[in-house]
Ligand binder design. Structure first.
Ligand code: XIL
Length: 459
């Protein structure tokens, strides 16, 4: 963990020591709150990410901004079909692995991008059609999602499959010509390969209520009705000057279908970009199932929109007015309260969770839960903090609120879906250095309520 993160974690722990019931208020005014995009978003139960190019991970200005400001990464090109399967059946993980390793080393989540898309296909796939292409797609999704299994927070399973221009229908492509069911086949294949990743549909020009976004809305509604596994919808949000006036309403109507929504490739050109960044940030904060925002690059010089300067940092890495606009908007959002450190009335059968105000024993760990709730469901983010010595593995046990059923878990393996559930670390997050933390999460149907986690660890 880089020094800034250590400081932040230490400061947060110190605050938790001082805070009992008025946690939200105190955190909102704390010195550590809201000084970076990632920290501020995290306090609001969300991530703030950036698209990253593996080839820039040796650029010290780039990496220092990335590590300071962001807590999620999307590979800009490295997980696309042409990069991962340059010749049929032979896979190249080098760029994607570099990015995943960087994310894991710095406590960032990864959005996988993308498993099935008409663009950036390798030449051999462009030349396939019919059942040969369908089989190649299924094999590609299986291989890639299996390789990154357990390491991906959300996959853009299918990208840009709807047409522009009014009809609300599908885009013509070699994949579409394999049959209209190619999208649901892609989602079912991805679920089978990585059951813990959230599976998203991602597209552009869908940022307001229009015929294209309504076509996608109808598909998501149909998938939910028929049990096709879909967990989220990504809105690329490549904008100029402003967001559509119904941007928030559009996010909300998708959320109301029972999927998360994410802003996945945000960049905004034009002289009114700072105000538009403000509007987009506030819209996400206002929609409880908007789980995070990703900007499509770090500095203006990193942007695919050459010459349009649509990002938050200038080409020298300085913060722009748009950056301040985003940070202020994030800081204006309500803090998601950490769960109480102790149950109100501990019952003998469910021991009180170790309070953050008590230093865990060497080799031990503590866990705290923060909740994001909406009508009929909630997300829980669980932070596992190592004690005064490093741990090699951990397990968190908690009792779900009565009637709650887990529908998705990330960064941990749950023992069940209701009642008392134990969550064990996955392969990459068992080791936590002394005093540091890792986080996992789950989504449940039912009513969110405070939970009292207990943490055990091996050192
Ligand atoms: C872009 C990358 O930023 C470029 O480097 C690449 O040359 C082309 O693709 N929608 C998407 C992204 O889903 O994958 C695209 O990324 C931008 C548009």
């Amino acid at each position: 963990m880089p020094p800034a993160r250590v400081l932040r974690a230490t400061a947060t722990a110190a605050l938790l020591m001082a805070v009992t019931t008025a946690a939200a208020t105190v955190l909102a005014t704390s010195a550590s709150a809201g000084t970076t995009l990632g920290a501020s978003a995290a306090e609001r139960g969300r991530y703030y990410g950036a698209a990253v190019a593996a080839g820039k991970l040796g650029d010290s200005t780039y990496v220092s901004i990335l590590n300071r400001e962001f807590n999620a990464i999307t590979p800009e090109n490295e997980m696309k079909w042409d990069a991962t399967e340059p010749s049929q059946g032979s896979f190249n993980w080098s760029g994607g692995d570099r990015i995943v390793n960087h994310a894991q080393a710095n406590g960032m989540r990864v959005r996988g991008h993308t498993l099935a898309w008409h663009s950036q296909q390798p030449g051999w796939a462009q030349n396939l059609s019919g059942s040969a292409l369908r089989s190649a797609m299924v094999n590609h999704i299986t291989q890639v999602a299996t390789h990154y299994r357990g390491k991906i927070y959300a996959w853009d399973v299918v990208n840009e499959a709807f047409a522009d221009g009014g009809g609300g229908g599908r885009r013509d492509s070699n994949l579409q010509r394999t049959g209209n069911d190619w999208i649901e086949v892609a989602f079912r294949t991805a679920r089978a390969a990585d059951p813990n990743a959230k599976l998203c549909y991602n597209d552009y020009n869908t940022d307001g209520i229009n015929s294209k976004s309504t076509g996608i809305y109808n598909m998501v509604q149909d998938f939910k009705a028929r049990g096709v596994p879909i967990d989220c919808v990504g809105f690329q949000s490549h904008l100029t000057n402003s967001a559509p006036s119904d941007y928030q309403a559009n996010l909300q109507r998708f959320a109301n279908l029972g999927v998360d929504v994410q802003i996945t490739e945000l960049d905004i050109a034009g002289s009114t970009q700072a105000g538009a960044y403000d509007a987009v940030t506030r819209a996400c904060l206002a929609v409880s199932r908007c789980t995070g925002i990703t900007v499509w690059g770090i500095r203006d010089s990193d942007s695919w929109r050459t010459g349009q300067n649509p990002l938050l940092f200038d080409s020298s890495g300085n913060k722009k007015a748009a950056y301040t606009s985003v940070l202020n908007a994030l800081n204006s959002g309500p803090i998601i309260s950490p769960s109480p450190s102790r149950p109100a009335s501990p019952s003998p059968s469910s021991p009180a969770s170790p309070s953050p105000s008590v230093s865990p024993a060497p080799g031990g760990c503590t866990a705290t839960v923060s909740l994001q709730t909406w009508t009929g469901g909630f997300n829980a983010t669980v932070r596992v903090t190592a004690g005064s010595t490093a741990i090699r593995s951990w397990s968190v046990r908690l009792t779900l609120p009565s009637g709650a059923v887990i529908v998705n878990t990330w960064n941990a393996a749950p023992s069940g879906t209701s009642g008392t559930v134990s969550f064990s670390n996955v392969s990459y997050n068992g080791q936590v250095s002394a005093g540091q933390y890792t986080e996992f999460g789950f989504q449940a149907d039912g009513n969110g309520a405070a939970m009292s986690p207990t943490c055990t660890a091996t050192s």
